[in-house]
Write a new protein. Structure first.
Length: 282
């Protein structure tokens, strides 16, 4: 090969590689294209500060509970459900961040065991400890820069505690700030009342719908995280046929499709209530 031929070949190789050397020629790494998370735990401190400065001044605090859910549903049902629903609510709001899930809640006395504490795997804390934890979590989030702290409670048993904490902290803040803690009863009402009514309108009986680990409770969980439900045990989980198994209702007919209507109802009701509560002057 002549000297000129070698030079021509080198120039050709250089020109073929040139596009790869230009900015933007290489594809962005997968993490760079990932959508921005709405979960506080996924963010760095500076990233969170930037989000708040950009208008994300509402913090959602999902509150679950670690308790028995019959023979067919995992102990962490409330925790996983609260997290996933909070993320969906935050995504629709557009100006909210989801705090870590609170998994330790009052579930009955430990000794002698009462309520859900009569079953293995349940974790309970005193009501007073629960309320102090909630209040200090709200104060911490306020110190970070959030103005509206929304309590999303999965469990009817601690509704009164959420109301007391909201009232207590709001009294502290009222003289100096328009910021508030919102107990948001609409979240639980949509799950426990509105969804039950929706199922009843479709022909399901109150004995099926139930109040704990029955049709409504199980279908909601299947729609959000089906790995938490043991489908092969649904037919044998009816509380009426198996007294003392921790189920109030009959989950035999539960499906993810049936639960999706409940998920949509809870998210829609919660988003509307949060927007109304956080309007200036409210």
């Amino acid at each position: 090969m002549t000297t000129n031929s070698r030079r021509a070949r080198a120039r050709g190789l250089l020109f073929s590689l040139l596009p790869l050397l230009l900015p933007g020629a290489w594809p962005a790494p997968a993490w760079a294209a990932a959508p921005a998370s709405v979960q506080l735990e996924d963010l760095t401190g500076p990233e969170l500060r930037e989000r708040i400065a950009g208008g994300a001044t509402t913090a959602l605090l999902p509150i679950g509970g670690t308790e028995q859910n019959g023979p067919h549903m995992a102990l962490g049902k409330h925790n996983r459900r609260a997290q996933l629903l909070a993320v969906r609510i935050a995504q629709q709001l557009g100006d909210a961040i989801v705090a870590p899930v609170l998994a330790y809640v009052p579930e009955g006395s430990i000794s002698p065991p009462s309520q859900h504490m009569r079953f293995p795997g349940t974790i309970s804390i005193p009501e007073s400890a629960f309320e102090r934890l909630l209040a200090d979590a709200a104060r911490s989030l306020r110190a970070t820069g959030f103005c509206h702290l929304v309590l999303l409670g999965e469990h009817g048993g601690y509704r009164a505690s959420l109301d007391r904490v909201a009232a207590q902290v709001n009294r502290e803040w009222a003289p100096r700030s328009a910021c508030r803690v919102h107990a948001l009863p609409e979240y639980y009402r949509a799950a426990a009342g509105g969804y039950a009514q929706l199922l009843a309108s479709q022909g399901y009986s109150a004995a099926e719908i139930g109040t704990h680990a029955g049709l409504a409770d199980t279908a909601l969980t299947m729609a959000l995280d089906p790995t938490l439900v043991r489908a092969d045990r649904l037919a044998q989980a009816a509380g009426a046929r198996h007294p003392g198994n921790g189920v109030a209702g009959d989950p035999a007919k539960a499906t993810a499709e049936l639960g999706r209507a409940g998920v949509e109802l809870i998210v829609r009701a919660s988003v509307a209530a949060i927007r109304a509560a956080t309007q200036p002057g409210q």
